[in-house]
Design a protein around this ligand. Structure first.
Ligand code: GRF
Length: 197
């Protein structure tokens, strides 16, 4: 019996597409839902094009009431009984109450070499600091932001004249290689971190 994976997005969904495309053949999991907190997010139409169920739980009507938003999110997810949640460009911070309800079953991709640069604007901060390398990290989600056990990292060198946009262009394909690799291992019960290249 395949494991069921729900993917949470807020935007275009390129990581979501990489994940769904990888879940074929002898992969131990299959996508069961793509959910967005942003109505009309580009990734929703892409998921529908692949025949995957979609849902929207818009956070705005909850006007900052996180508990109410997360209760609605939990209900919508539970309708599809996922075993694993993959956050893929999902731009809402989840509270510890929510995370506890899905303990050990939530993955996230973050565009930096954690533990460096938790939060936003990661590429600009790496450039500003004059780092030699940047990259992305897939980690398990805990109740501390961008802090859970690391399951995979991919790194790229910083080049002279790099801008956050150019760096993002070089890192995104690494995300699309890393996240599916980690998901397959995670769904097979393997928690050993993987490093690219
Ligand atoms: C990715 O860079 C991811 O690391 C970050 O948000 C971006 C989402 O891109 N958290 P997409 O929606 O998967 O294309």
């Amino acid at each position: 019996m395949s494991l069921r994976v729900a993917i949470l997005i807020s935007g275009g969904g390129s990581n979501m597409m990489a994940l769904t495309r990888s879940m074929r053949g002898d992969h131990p999991a299959r996508p069961c839902l793509v959910l967005s907190n942003v109505p009309g997010a580009g990734g929703l139409a892409k998921a529908e094009g692949l025949g995957i169920a979609t849902a929207v739980v818009d956070h705005r009507p909850f006007a900052g009431d996180r508990a109410a938003f997360e209760a609605a999110l939990h209900r919508s997810l539970s309708d599809h009984a996922p075993d694993i949640l993959c956050l893929a460009g999902f731009m809402r911070i989840l509270t510890s109450d929510f995370v506890r309800g899905w303990e050990g079953r939530i993955l996230n991709i973050h565009p930096s070499l954690l533990p460096r640069y938790k939060g936003l604007h990661t590429h600009a901060r790496a450039i500003e600091a004059g780092d030699a390398e940047a990259g992305c990290t897939v980690h398990q989600v805990t109740d501390a932001l961008d802090d859970g056990p690391i399951l995979g990292q991919a790194r790229v060198p910083l080049l002279p004249g790099d801008t956050p946009e150019r760096l993002a262009e070089r890192i995104l394909p690494m995300e699309h290689a890393l996240y599916p690799m980690v998901l397959r291992r995670f769904a097979s019960g393997d928690r050993q971190p993987v490093y690219l290249p």
